[in-house]
Ligand binder design. Structure first.
Ligand code: DC
Length: 215
C-alpha cells in the first residue's frame, strides 16, 4: 500500500504522514528532507544556485546522515530547498530514490509536493493537506521562534507566500493537488482530527480493496 501525501508548507502533512506510517506499520519518507539537504549541501559547498548540473551533482551525492534535523529545519534551509526544488535536473536526480523507497514490498508513506502527481501517480491513497496562509505561517513561526530564530510573523507570512508561489509556478512537477486526491484542510482542525480524517480515507481504500478481492 502506497500512501502519497502532498500539500503546502506547515499544513500538517508531515505529522499526518508520520502518524499514518506508525498506525499502518509502513516505512515513511519525508521527501522535503531530500530537497532541504540538497539546498544545505549546495550552500555549504558554495555551489552556484544558477548552475543546474552542479546542483544535480550535489543531489546525486547526497548522504542524508550528514544532516541533523536542526540544520535542515532553519528558514535558510527552507529557502534553499525551494530554490533547488525548482531545478529539473535536481528533481530528476532525486526521483529514482523516492520511487525505490515507495516500491518496497509492504509499500510506504511518502510526503512532499509531487508524490501523487509525479513520484507515485498510481499510489493507493492520495491526500492533499492544506490550510490558510495565516494558520500555516503562525505554526511555522512558533516552531522557529522556539528554536531561537528571530523572524517576525509578517516576515514568516511573506516567506511562506514566496515559497508557495515558487513551488506552485515552477515548470517541472509544480505543487498541485492530484485530481484523485482527498482534501484535508487543517486550518481549524487539531492534529488528532486531521489524522482521523486521513485514516478514514485510507480505511475506505482498504475496505474497497477487500471487497474487490472477494471473500
Ligand atoms: O516540505 P518541506 O518544507 O520540507 O519542503 C522543502 C522544499 O522542497 C519545499 O520548498 C518544496 C520542495 N519539495 C518539492 O518540491 N517536492 C517534494 N516532493 C518535497 C519538497
Amino acid at each position: 500500500m502506497i500512501i502519497a501525501i502532498d500539500g503546502t508548507l506547515a499544513s500538517g502533512k508531515g505529522t499526518i504522514a508520520r502518524r499514518l506510517s506508525r498506525w499502518y506499520g509502513l516505512a515513511h519518507m519525508d521527501t522535503g528532507r531530500l530537497y532541504r539537504a540538497t539546498g544545505v549541501a549546495a550552500l555549504n559547498k558554495g555551489v552556484n544556485f544558477e548552475n543546474p548540473a552542479a546542483l544535480a551533482e550535489v543531489a546525486l551525492s547526497l548522504d542524508l546522515n550528514d544532516y541533523d534535523e536542526d540544520q535542515l529545519r532553519t528558514a535558510e534551509a527552507g529557502q534553499a530547498a525551494s530554490k533547488v526544488a525548482a531545478v529539473p535536473a535536481v528533481r530528476a536526480a532525486l526521483l529514482e530514490l523516492q520511487r525505490a523507497f515507495a516500491n518496497q514490498p509492504k509499500g510506504a508513506v511518502l510526503d512532499g509536493r509531487d508524490i501523487g502527481t509525479v513520484v507515485c501517480p498510481d499510489a493507493d491513497v492520495k491526500l492533499w493537506v492544506d490550510a490558510s496562509v495565516e494558520a500555516r505561517a503562525t505554526r511555522r513561526w512558533k516552531e522557529l521562534s522556539e528554536k531561537g530564530e528571530t523572524l517576525s510573523l509578517d516576515e514568516m507570512i511573506a516567506q511562506l507566500k514566496e515559497r508557495d508561489e515558487r513551488d506552485r509556478n515552477r515548470s517541472d512537477a509544480p505543487m498541485v493537488a492530484a485530481a484523485d486526491s482527498v482534501l484535508i484542510d487543517t486550518t481549524h482542525l487539531t492534529i488528532d482530527a486531521a489524522v482521523d480524517k486521513a485514516r478514514a480515507a485510507v480505511d475506505a481504500v482498504i475496505a474497497q480493496k477487500a471487497e474487490r478481492s472477494g471473500p
